[in-house]
Design a binder for this molecule. Structure first.
Ligand code: PLP
Length: 400
């Protein structure tokens, strides 16, 4: 198909040309004396990305799922209880992974369209008098429903319950695009992958762990720790201390990561986060005011700045919109997963993108919707979003 492809799934995201070029390198010896000059700063810079001074970053050649597994298997023991709200496909999958490792997951079912309830977390922890719950697992940004949970509020709820559980957060579709304050919110383990806010291909699973989590790891080893080998933090720590890995790392991805972090630094992390909010707001206004459609996120406070899940009218198959957009307009939209399959389509708006890219996604989705019989007004979402993007005060607030 002539012209460029418009990638608007919520990850993998567009890889900037600079990052593509940075990854285009000949292979080199990963045990050479110069290799640590590449790797050592990366660990430090990943810590800055989640705003921690005391945490410890790990980079696995895997995807986010591998980092999910690493965080749990290094810190918990067989049969340990963990608490986790379930409100979308990714919170479901993380819970499933925990259960398959033999953890006893106390699941809080929340509606798909809302996020973690600090009140429910508080109540469950307050009732857990003997502190049998060892960790709380929360997905910061539920990619399947376009819902963001308030991690600061979850921390406050845990504090109010005076409960010592660890707080583990999935930041796969939020890190480097939605704020994460690891030290301030005392998050004990953060998971992300390379293919979303970090603007890289998939292939890196990243975990950042607090001191408390690393102490829990030591303690777990004296009990009955979950089995792990490839994802063992101790093996990693030993090798990483001098800038090496216990196995062969993906060299191009590490060079790409360095370049992506440069790009984020040049824009400024706060600015990156503000840009995501600004672009997301334009998309949301287009969807609601232009098309008159609803988001899966039930209230504005749950709306995600990295992905909008748009409900299609009753009787229409959301998958048909996605298929039409892909086949006719060269536009990739995100599918409805599991419980919401067919009920919605998703526009990913994260990573390396700007206003016109968002308008293209709205425009293509609108044409595809009309083609499959959804009577949205032609040009309506673009009209609303573009006026929002033009507004000078919004643009200047980004520079503040
Ligand atoms: N968690 C969330 C919130 C995700 O969106 C995804 C993937 O989209 C994952 C976890 C799994 O990550 P990966 O596909 O990198 O293994």
């Amino acid at each position: 198909m002539a012209g460029r492809h418009f990638l608007h799934v919520p990850g993998p995201t567009n890889v900037p040309d600079r990052v593509l070029r940075a990854m285009h390198v000949p292979m080199e010896d990963h045990r050479s004396p110069v290799f640590p000059a590449l790797t050592l700063p990366l660990f430090q810079r990943l810590k800055s990305l989640v705003r921690t001074e005391t945490g410890e970053a790990f980079i696995f050649p895997s995807s986010g799922t591998g980092a999910w597994e690493a965080v749990l298997t290094n810190t918990l023991c067989a049969g340990d209880r963990v608490l986790s709200p379930r409100f979308g496909q990714f919170s479901h999958l993380w819970i499933d992974l925990a259960q398959r490792h033999g953890l006893d997951v106390v699941i809080q079912e929340e509606e798909w369209g809302i996020g973690a309830s600090p009140q429910n977390i508080h109540d469950a922890l307050a009732a857990d008098r003997d502190h049998s719950i060892k960790a709380v697992m929360v997905v910061q940004n539920e990619t399947a429903t376009g819902v963001t949970s308030d991690i600061g509020a979850v921390r406050a709820a845990m504090d109010a319950a005076k409960h010592p559980a660890l707080l583990f957060v999935d930041g796969v579709s939020s890190i480097a695009s939605i704020d994460m304050r690891m030290d301030e919110w005392r998050v004990d383990g953060i998971v992300t992958g390379s293919q979303k806010g970090l603007m890289l291909p998939a292939g890196l699973g990243i975990a950042v762990m607090s001191r408390k989590a690393m102490e829990a790891m030591e303690a777990a080893r004296t009990r009955d720790p979950l089995k792990r080998c490839y994802f063992d933090f101790l093996d990693m720590q030993k090798a990483n201390a001098t800038g090496y890995f216990p196995y062969t790392p993906s060299l191009p991805l590490l060079y790409g990561l360095r370049e992506a972090l440069d790009i984020i630094d040049e824009e400024g992390l706060d600015q990156v986060i503000a840009r995501h909010r600004f672009l997301a707001e334009g998309v949301r206004r287009g969807v609601k005011q232009g098309w008159g459609l609803k988001l899966c996120a039930r209230e504005p406070k749950w709306e995600s700045d990295t992905v909008s899940a748009i409900l299609v009218p009753e009787g229409v198959d959301g998958a048909a919109v996605i298929r039409r957009a892909f086949e006719r307009y060269n536009l990739a939209l995100g599918a409805g997963l599991s419980k919401v399959a067919g009920k919605l389509f998703r526009i990913g708006h994260l990573g390396d993108l700007n206003e016109l890219m968002c308008l293209a996604a709205l425009s293509g989705a609108e044409m595809a919707m009309r083609d499959v019989g959804i009577a949205v007004e032609p040009g309506s979402a673009v009209a609303v979003a573009s006026e929002y993007y033009r507004s000078a005060d919004k643009a200047s607030s980004l520079k503040a």
